[in-house]
Design a protein around this ligand. Structure first.
Ligand SMILES: Cc1ncc(C[n+]2csc(CCOP(=O)(O)OP(=O)(O)O)c2C)c(N)n1
Ligand code: SF4
Length: 272
């Protein structure tokens, strides 16, 4: 039977705030399809966010939800997971939220490897506050704080996650819902900290300021800027240069934080 999105939505919170053409809603639908596929009970799911257009997500979802402070979603999520490891904890955050003000929380959550899934709605800009450049703004791209184009090199969310110790790292585009669903399901199934770099076009600020055109023009750009990691071996270095791989980019077995903590408690009890 086809899934009923409304089963997971707070209808009284509609209409949502997202602009026409914004990619955020597409990512939300992927998250819902993933939860539905995994048959997680609504009462066992916690969705946590900070602040931003992306962070409005929990307000619309009928799970246990927290809309916290800018950059602090992972700190709240850590507390929830540690207090009740049986819960499925999903964090949604913008690139500004997770890579700038919450950057320190991001790297330490990767290092700890708690069983949490983070979906970064990466639109390469601070959407909610009017289009300021973020840590993932492409070099040369415009933002309200970079009117002549950003002169800084951006962070690569996936490389950051991998380097800091996340046990699952993937990237997908909002235009490819099948691939997005696949990586979000895999991220949620991974026992450890999972990061999905989910690209989403901000039509209102990034698109306008950079003259990237309509939502579909922006999606075409994202497609041109990326390649499937599974095809990487068949591509010449010049075909990959400056482009971003898509798909599951990294997965390793590492002891999950709560399991490690339980073991410690058991060993201390055994000493008594
Ligand atoms: C401590 C704090 N600093 C700054 C802000 C202002 N603020 C709200 S949302 C936001 C940026 C959101 O950008 P991003 O996280 O990339 O999400 P998007 O809106 O693009 O989805 C900022 C700077 C705030 N609310 N709290
Ligand atoms: S400002 Fe940008 S990120 Fe925010 S809802 Fe509009 S298109 Fe989406």
């Amino acid at each position: 039977m086809a899934m009923d999105y409304f089963e997971y939505l707070r209808k009284d919170k509609m209409p949502h705030i997202w602009c026409p053409g914004c990619g955020h809603g597409t990512i939300v639908k992927s998250i819902l399809r993933a939860i539905d596929k995994l048959q997680w009970k609504k009462d066992d799911v916690v969705v946590v966010s900070g602040i931003g257009c992306s962070s409005r997500t929990p307000g619309y979802l009928d799970f246990n939800t927290l809309h916290t402070t800018h950059g602090r979603a992972l700190a709240f999520a850590t507390g929830i997971k540690v207090a009740n490891p049986k819960l499925h904890v999903v964090v949604v955050a913008g690139d500004g939220d997770s890579m700038a003000i919450g950057g320190n929380h991001f790297i330490h959550t990767c290092r700890r490897n708690l069983d949490i899934t983070l979906v970064v709605y990466n639109n390469n800009i601070y959407g909610m506050t009017g289009g300021q450049a973020s840590p993932t703004t492409f070099k040369g791209s415009r933002g309200t704080t970079a009117p002549y184009g950003a002169i800084e090199d951006p962070f690569d969310v996936c490389e950051m996650a991998k380097a800091a110790g996340a046990s699952f790292v993937a990237r997908a585009l909002d235009l490819d819902a099948v691939a997005m669903d696949r990586v979000i399901v895999a991220a949620m199934e991974n026992k450890g900290f999972s990061v999905v770099d989910a690209w989403s076009q901000c039509t209102t600020y990034f698109g306008r300021q950079n003259k990237w055109g309509s939502a579909s023009d922006m999606m075409d750009r994202y497609k041109e800027m990326t390649y499937n990691v599974k095809a990487a071996d068949k591509l010449a270095p010049e075909q990959k240069a400056g482009k971003f791989p898509l798909g599951v980019l990294h997965q390793v077995q590492r002891t999950e934080w709560c399991e490690q903590y339980d073991k410690l408690i058991e060993s201390l009890k055994a000493r008594d």
